[in-house]
Design a protein around this ligand. Structure first.
Ligand code: ADP
Ligand code: MG
Length: 731
């Protein structure tokens, strides 16, 4: 597998693959997996074609007509062949150009009606005929019309007829055809393939070995063959990835950590005693779990997931207090400046005099909350850094500015990462490194429910806890779609609702997909530009919402200005906040009851769900209006209807995953060409992942260094290195 491609398939072919895909070895080529497989009678779905996409069809020719014409440039006669094939219910044009009479005639004859062929080329939409066309596609005749009537199908033809054939990701220069041919040669010359999956693991599951699986994947004799190959290779992928994660877990468990056991009558006890509400059962349970983790002699790595408003922050704060009670500090890492400020404020508010250590009126052994963000003035920044370094601040809240090298802690015992989906693993590692020799405990919080399999693959080194219930007394949020194409008058009604709500003393968010003010032309096919904060705000305050206090909030505003607007909104001095998604996470204004999201189809499901979580927080029923120009029966409209229909985050995350591409789910680090996950789908292959995880954990427990599994060790090293390389490329 590691031998040079040129030695196996010849210099010319090797060069073509090097140019097209950067391949160097036989293994590179054989890991160029088919995009799909096609058998006789199969049709690919034309309705999913994109202009310019390389496509392959197997289809029967229904008509073929030759059209001679004079080439304007050369003045010579030329011949255009218009062939129409039937693909399912749809028709597809194939257009060929020939300069020579005899080749044109030969082609006309070859592509006669009734003939079945496999055609591959770039799909273009023919506006006049209103159908897809392939211009000069690669052609492989599977069934000759006259040969068939004569009952004389050659042996090779017969093989082709019955075979399942691989369709490869191709380029203009390197067609699926050529790839298939080269792979065939490479497979014939391949003597052995080392298998990272130990024999007993493989046998007990009835899987093909790596060599047989590769052969069956590229050149299956039947559909069963192909399925067996996929099953085996998927397990192999999952197994190698899970081996890495199992080793990471084992390594973590072997690391030392300072046990943080707290003390009687400390900050945590006093905080609990004055909590204005009862913790939910989930908060208590997860809280106990975390206190146990913190008391252990190795670092906690826990993912806490829970709906927006499920009370994760309280859980995190209690963990922080336990650490402070044990002489340590906690850092809270937030994805945006607005959110960091908000966190600092609300933590300080929840703690009251417990957070005024060293200040007049503060509790005797109180601590302090410091805020450290990129936009702080020099003096404030210096103060915060001093408080972190001296230990005066038990809690340091910040954005990525916390990751800077100059930021030091006296004794960093706990890192809390809010809204994990915005933070990379690398950033987590950078903060962890600040704790010095002994790594800190880590708690990651997310409101985006992560399916079990994604948690196991992407966050495989984290234990998971879930807050399944919302605190009692939470009012429901009602959501509706406002379909502008069909019910334009509903928008007026929406602004009326906004007025009514403000009349009752409540507040409203209006969310836009862009900031605006940049005079950008509408993108192709969009008749109106998307709603922009800088256009919508003045329009509303001079029009539909005339007389109300309307303000803007977006990421291009100076930080102090943003902070002031947020504070004013929280204080009830702004009625309507027109903003971008800067308010998406964590912003907590209990008096806000309505959210109007403009061009809502521009946002993803989980984003809408997050946004909507900003209203209905104060025991007042919330209303969310999803305004859209999307058309009925589009996936955009489906998405919006799903969001309107349920507030169950797990249900929505399923909708989301179904609609999104895997690469997005896994994040860019996992989707690179070299990444280990090629055939495995974290959505579809839960069983495989669970099974592989168990197998890998057993193997690692018995042999942590993989000394008796050299092939597995090498595969693990390769995958580790390729992930490393992907990371370096991104940096
Ligand atoms: P999350 O971070 O999970 O979105 P928060 O921790 O911000 O949720 O909690 C949302 C709101 O609910 C906050 O105002 C918080 O004080 C309040 N809250 C948290 N836990 C409870 C509880 N057990 N009972 C009542 N209110 C709670
Ligand atoms: Mg929160």
């Amino acid at each position: 597998m590691e031998s040079k491609l040129s030695a196996a398939v010849g210099g010319k072919a090797a060069k073509a693959f090097a140019d097209a895909f950067g391949y160097e070895t036989v293994g590179d080529l054989l890991r160029h997996y088919p995009r799909s497989w096609i058998g006789r009678g199969e049709t690919s779905d034309l309705s999913e074609l994109q202009p310019g996409e390389h496509t392959t069809v197997i289809a029967r020719i229904v008509s073929s007509g030759q059209h001679p014409y004079r080439d304007r440039r050369t003045g010579q006669m030329a011949y255009r062949l218009e062939t129409v094939v039937e693909v399912g219910d749809a028709k597809l044009s194939l257009t060929f150009f020939d300069k020579k009479r005899h080749t044109a005639d030969w082609r006309h004859n070859l592509l006669s009606p009734g003939t079945v062929g496999m055609f591959e080329g770039r799909a273009d939409w023919d506006r006049y005929k209103k159908r897809w066309q392939l211009v000069h596609p690669q052609t492989d005749i599977l069934e000759q019309a006259d040969a068939l009537t004569a009952g004389a199908v050659a042996e090779e033809e017969r093989r082709k007829l019955n075979a399942v054939r691989a369709i490869y990701p191709a380029t203009k220069k390197l067609s699926s055809w050529k790839i298939e041919g080269t792979v065939k040669i490479a497979l014939e010359n391949l003597d052995s393939v080392e298998d990272p999956v130990p024999d007993d693991v493989r046998r007990s599951r009835g899987l093909l070995d790596a060599h047989a699986a590769l052969r069956a994947l590229h050149r299956p004799d039947s559909w069963q063959d192909k399925t067996a190959a996929l099953t085996s290779l998927r397990f192999q992928e999952a197994f190698v990835a899970q081996t890495i994660l199992a080793r990471n877990r084992a390594a973590l468990a072997a690391l030392p950590a300072h046990p943080r056991t707290g003390r009687e009558g400390g900050l945590l006890d006093r905080f609990d005693a004055r909590l204005p509400f009862d913790l939910t059962a989930g908060q208590r349970e997860v809280g106990e779990q975390i206190l146990d983790d913190l008391a252990a002699g190795h670092p906690m790595h826990r993912l806490l997931q829970g709906e927006v408003g499920s009370g994760k922050t309280v859980v995190a704060l209690r963990a922080m207090l336990r650490v402070i009670d044990s002489g340590g500090q906690a850092a809270l890492l937030a994805p945006t400046e607005v959110l960091a400020q908000q966190h600092a404020r609300s933590l300080a508010a929840m703690l009251g005099d417990l957070a005024q250590g060293g200040m007049l009126g503060g509790a005797d052994d109180g601590t302090r909350v410091a805020l450290l963000t990129g936009s702080l003035g020099a003096a404030a920044r210096k103060g915060a850094m001093l408080d972190a370094a001296s230990g005066a601040a038990g809690i340091v809240v910040g954005t990525h500015a916390l990751l800077e090298e100059r930021v030091q802690f006296a004794d960093l015992g706990l890192v809390v990462v809010d809204e994990q989906h915005r933070f990379g693993v690398e950033q987590r590692a950078a903060l962890t490194a600040k704790a010095g020799e002994v790594p800190p405990h880590v708690l990651v919080m997310t409101a985006t429910p992560i399916p079990r399999t994604v948690a196991m693959t992407v966050f495989g080194d984290l234990e998971t806890s879930t807050l399944a219930e919302l605190p009692a007394g939470r009012a429901p949020i009602q959501s509706s779609v406002v379909p502008l194409r069909y019910q334009p008058q509903w928008l007026d009604r929406a602004w009326e609702r906004v007025r009514e709500e403000v009349g009752k003393g409540h507040q409203v968010y209006v969310v836009c997909p862009r900031i605006g003010g940049d005079e950008k032309e509408p993108a192709d096919g969009e008749e109106v530009p998307l709603a922009g904060v800088e256009e919508v705000a003045p329009l509303l305050s001079s029009g539909a919402l005339h007389g109300l206090r309307v303000e803007m909030l977006h990421g291009r505003m100076p930080a102090d200005h943003k902070d002031r607007v947020m504070r004013d909104f929280a204080a009830g001095e702004i009625d309507v906040l027109v903003s971008t998604t800067v308010i998406e996470v964590g912003v907590d204004v209990a008096n806000a009851t309505v959210m109007v999201i403009l061009d809502a189809e521009r946002f993803g499901v989980s984003q809408l769900h997050q946004l909507r979580g900003r209203v209905g927080r104060g025991g007042l029923p919330g209303l969310c209006l999803l305004v859209t120009r999307a058309e009925q029966e589009t996936s955009a409209m489906e998405r919006l209807s799903a969001v309107a229909a349920t507030t169950d985050g797990f249900e929505l995350s399923r909708v989301d995953l179904e609609q999104r591409r895997e690469g997005d789910v896994l994040g860019s680090a996992q989707s690179g060409r070299r990444s280990g996950l090629r055939l495995l789908s974290v959505l579809r292959d839960e069983d495989v992942i669970v099974d592989a995880r168990e197998a890998a954990t057993e193997v690692v427990a018995a042999d942590p260094d993989l000394a008796t599994h050299p092939v597995l060790a090498a595969a693990v090293r390769r995958l580790d290195e390729s992930e490393q390389a992907d990371y370096l490329e991104k940096a």
